[in-house]
Design a protein around this ligand. Structure first.
Ligand code: TXA
Ligand code: MG
Length: 343
């Protein structure tokens, strides 16, 4: 039985949080909302509890977890803090930036997939912060989806994947950002973005002075080059075949319109509307590319919806891989399994 607790994300009910925190403390699994996506949490200091996350997700055991804390001071408990880490935490926490540092002994190998580094972030979400504080332990949490599927941005997605398989799901509404956090490695000589997210390379450079982007953040990497274990696994994939069209906006839209007309039942994923293909299953994910994609980004929600509606081919509009667009294109390229048409 999975306990489902509905809470108000701006004023989470103390009793509900206490129940969920008790489950974490006793070694159970709780899915909870964050500002990026929902996480599937366990006590990060309890190897046996963390092992249950891998089992529930079907996640390869060498793919480490992100450890979530509710207070910047808790970082020193689990990682070797550096001046760069302190600067970044001061600017971006709570928020969608995960930093990778040398781990301390207290963090079990299950949490870090056997690595001697640990990924840490302080989420910007009242429910997540309340849960971590009340549990009084750091919480290890990958995205709360079955391994390989699109990440969950609302409780309904978590219920779809885990109802009956985990102890508790906290429903705190939709995730504001809708894409996972930026993962930044601070153990390399130049701080390196392993996974792009809402915090952009420019944001990091403004604080640290320099930043590198791992090739896996923009394209496909072979196993040997996967600095972050997550890079080498197929990810975010809908059941449908997906083709991503990249290039100049007008040309991309014209090409998608043409391809869609030739198909019986294509799903179309767009940032800019194409009038006249309304008979197709069309999902607009971000208003207009030039305005406000951040707050409207609902890519994962769209990918799951295509699956629910039985679409077998998705035609997707690529956008410029700049700013937050870098993160969006990283997820879309991987969701498409790098099936990309340059228009
Ligand atoms: O926004 C997010 O980050 C969400 C919410 C729940 O916080 N979490 C999330 O976790 O996306 P997950 O497990 O789906 O992705 C974690 C990524 C993986 O690509 C993993 O390989 C990488 O972070 N990672 C974790 N620990 C690492 C480490 N020590 N070194 C390098 N990469 C690491
Ligand atoms: Mg994930």
């Amino acid at each position: 039985m999975t306990l489902i607790l509905k809470v108000d994300s701006s004023n989470p009910d103390k009793g509900a949080i206490a129940k969920a925190a008790q489950i974490i403390r006793s070694g159970g699994l709780v899915a909870f909302p964050t500002e990026t996506v929902y996480g599937l949490g366990a006590n990060a200091l309890d190897g046996a509890a963390v092992k249950k996350i891998y089992e529930a997700k079907g996640r390869p055991s060498d793919n480490p977890m992100i450890v979530h804390i509710a207070d910047k001071k808790a970082l020193a408990q689990i990682a070797e803090v550096t001046p760069s880490a302190e600067k970044l935490a001061g600017v971006f926490w709570p928020g969608p930036l995960t930093i990778v540092l040398k781990k301390k002994k207290i963090v079990p190998k299950e949490t870090t997939g056997g690595l001697d580094t640990v990924a840490v972030r302080m989420p910007d979400h009242l429910v997540a912060l309340a849960l971590i504080s009340e549990a009084d332990v750091p919480i290890a949490a990958p995205s709360a989806n079955l391994s390989g599927k699109p990440s969950p941005t609302k409780a309904a997605h978590v219920i779809e994947d885990f109802n009956g398989k985990i102890d508790c799901i906290i429903d705190g509404g939709s995730s504001r950002i809708g894409l996972e956090s930026t993962v930044l490695d601070l153990t390399s000589e130049i701080p390196t973005i392993l996974r792009p997210g809402f915090i952009t390379p420019e944001d990091v450079r403004d604080v640290l002075g320099s930043v590198a982007i791992h090739p896996g953040a923009t394209g496909k990497v072979d196993e040997g080059n996967a600095k972050s274990p997550g890079m080498k696994y197929r990810h975010y994939a809908p059941k449908a075949k997906m083709i991503l069209f990249e290039g100049e906006k007008e040309k991309v839209l014209a090409r998608i319109a043409k391809e869609a007309k030739a198909q019986k039942s294509a799903g179309v994923l767009l940032f800019d509307d194409i009038p006249g293909i309304s008979k197709k299953i069309k999902i607009l994910v971000g208003g207009n590319t030039s305005n406000n994609i951040e707050t409207q980004c609902r890519i994962y929600d769209a990918l799951r919806e295509f699956d629910t509606r039985g679409v077998d081919l998705i035609l997707a509009q690529g956008i410029a891989p700049e700013g937050f667009g870098l993160a969006i294109m990283n997820r879309l390229r991987r969701a498409a399994g790098y099936s990309i048409v340059n228009v």
